[in-house]
Design a protein around this ligand. Sequence first.
Ligand SMILES: Cc1ncc(COP(=O)(O)O)c(C=O)c1O
Length: 355
Amino acid sequence: MRVYNFSAGPSMLPLEVLEQAQKDFLDYNGSGMSVTEMSHRSSFYDEIHKECLALFRELLNVPDNYDILLVQGGASTQFAAVPLNLLKKGKADYIVSGNFSNKAYQEACRYGDIRLAASSKDKTFTYIPKNVEFRDDIDYVHICHNNTIFGTKFNYVPECNCPVVADMSSSILSEPVDVSKYGVIYAGAQKNIAPAGVTLVIVRKDLISDGMEFCPTMLKWKTQAENDSLYNTPPAFAIYMAMLVLRHLKKLGGLTAMQKINQEKAALLYDYIDSSDFYTNSVVKEDRSLMNVPFVTPNADLDKKFVQEAAKAGFVSIKGHKLVGGMRASIYNAMPREGIVALIEFMKKFEQENK
Ligand SMILES: Cc1ncc(COP(=O)(O)O)c(C=O)c1O
């Protein structure tokens, strides 16, 4: 039996995609091999690789002056790759709106003069800093677009006279994005794209260079751009899964359709939480994430009981991150509306029994 999996990542993949992968697993497209076994230089894999890149370009409407790279190491490796590739004057400004943007900031501090331009730590990251001022002479501004742990999302792109770099690990493919407003977008796969193993980097071509002199070959975006992300062995199976997910999203109507579905799904849950005097979500309303919904009951003992009883009822991985406590429902693209409706029914029952 499949459960409703509210994990923040790795998280649910569309059932249709999993079934297709199962069908293809032993013999991909008449090759007599699994994608996990085939050479990344074979014509079978080459088609997968090219289709995946083309679908990313089409669905995210990526302009021609941007390269799309498929790399390894997760979003965390990009925390280092960003400064290593972009620091020329040696300066960058960071907005810290949660745990991952803080990690990105800390990592960048190893490589240059990095300034904390704004932080929402003062209110335990329950809002997104706004009207932030940046230095004039910097190489880039970095933000984390969706804060997976705290359930907040940027609904604006910072204004500055340098490229904006965004970690979109937990919001990519959930809604359309105007790529032209960013210099670099990066995202780990394990929420809305594919299983863990591949990392998406979209980078404006004029920002691709040799980077800092000690930038490792494998972290240089130039290395990947010049080799169509085939400099070394790519995470072929994750890329194949990403291709299936992208085909699936295209069939559903692309990212405009996904945005509508995601807004409706999130509204169901937020509206219920807001109407209840038992559950609370403390994020500023205008900054709420469509993908990660943290909430608490009136006390920590009840939170613990909620998590245990939810798991027994088939709602798994709903425990909040240890930094926040309580619960967190991660409702990425692949979480069906029925999963949220069923969760709300469970929440109502739990409230009645424990009020
Ligand atoms: C917003 C965000 N950035 C970065 C990361 C770290 O990603 P990875 O595990 O791919 O390094 C995560 C992981 O959950 C995340 O949610």
